[in-house]
Design a protein around this ligand. Sequence first.
Ligand code: ADP
Length: 547
Amino acid sequence: MKSTMQDVPLTVSSILRHVATNHAGRQVITYGGAEPARTTTYGPLEERCGQLANALRRAGVGDDDRVATLLWNNQEHLEAYAAVPAMGAVLHTLNLRLSASQLSFIANHAEDRVIITDSSLVPLLAPVLPGLSTVRVVFVAGGGEVSALEGNGVEIIRYEDALAAESPAFPWAEPDERSAAAICYTSGTTGDPKGVVYSHRSMFLHSMAACTGNALAVEEGDRVLPVVPMFHASAWGLPYAALMAGADLLLPDRFLQAAPLADMIQTHRPTKAGAVPTIWNDLLQFGSSHPDVDLSSISLVACGGAAVPQSLIEGFADRFGVPIIQAWGMTETSPLAAVSRPPAGVAPESDMTYRKRQGRAICGVEMRLTDEAGMPVPRDDRSVGELEVRGPWITGGYYNMDEDSDKFRDGWLRTGDVGHISPDGYLTLTDRTKDVIKSGGEWVSSVELENTIMGHPQVAEAAVIAIPHERWQETALAVVVRTHGSDVTADQLGQWFLENCPAEIPRWWIPKNWAFVDQVPRTSVGKFDKRALRAQHADGDLVVVPN
Ligand code: ADP
């Protein structure tokens, strides 16, 4: 029997029309540092989106053409987020922290036709542009110098001039909901970056899921601050979720350090915010030496992309009175797939057993664990396996790549993450397959070791990597950043760990090798870069202190 329901496509165009029609007065604020913030509302924003779409048409952008952005989180980026898919073209967010060679690989692979950038990023784009074989036009927002881009046979147009020349009216497309809306490349920590292509339908469903109460509960009364870059996995879907809900957006532009973030939050009072743990950890360290920092407007900090240390969740609650909710996902999963809200009825005193986990699947996403032979692993919270996921916003392949077969099994995405799942559905990750430490044939969880070490009051950051060991093949090396002014030693840390060893950590896991650094290297999306740390160790650049 067929249903009687209308078959209306789920599209980004419909999200844009919705917000402009129903929430036209809600605000989009771009923080300006020492300059005043720029503020607009969704009504005028939709008109600017119309002007942008007309300008892109004039620049030759047709259906399915890729329009790249090389932008901070700001109003122009939001305009591209809405206008490009809504006109029927494909948004390609370029990661501005990648090397020139990675940027040109990605832009050429995606066959970008137009790039929208900001004049502050001209020095980054200029050396890359001559190698981009498909780019015909670059739009530059901001008033800075653009001459370094000229002379490449590419038309350089000022963004505001392009918009000013156009009508705000645009007949927004009604594309097939299964067609491409956006493409984002994985950050390439293993091998070349791979393109994940999101559909209108996956974007729509993912945004709706983000708005639900079990996920991030975004609603009209919110002011959402995506610190997580819009060039990375659609800033966890926060911009589209805010458009769908009609929530205000507060966009940090290039001001991502602790001091301006604290000022931005105090001045513009967001209610929800999202970023990787390193950002919140920096803010916590900053807050410990600046007693006046007040983040109390925030009712939910979404944190993920890497394991969230328990000490960070506790520190945020104690220092700022702000709850951190952990989420798990990847570029391939749009990215929100699991969120760690404690189950109903759990008393606040005991909810940490849940909040330190990666979370429960959002409805729509299914999770399972498999062993090395691909056999199912039980959900008993003990048995460890590789996490596999499937769902309507999980990728089923990579753009124009043949050799991706080992990433998929029977329609499930193999995540490369390793962990266990409790009978009530809570995922705990113990590692990524590429970061796993295998000592004497047994797995040692770098995540659990880091989590414990970061609980030491004089440890600002800790990353644990595998190093070769004569007898055990591999052993753990703890790389530590001490808090300002601390001279805590390897012996003291080892002794403290022994005295505070959580029940779930076998004592033989406790690191016997320590190294102290000023900063743990970060990946292009701000996570600890363990590959770089392993290379530093292999090159003899880390002073290893045994205890
Ligand atoms: P990259 O693979 O370069 O880090 P992604 O942003 O796609 O790029 O990363 C996805 C990965 O991030 C996941 O596979 C997982 O290893 C890690 N991750 C995401 N969220 C969490 C979390 N809450 N806890 C631990 N790891 C996480």
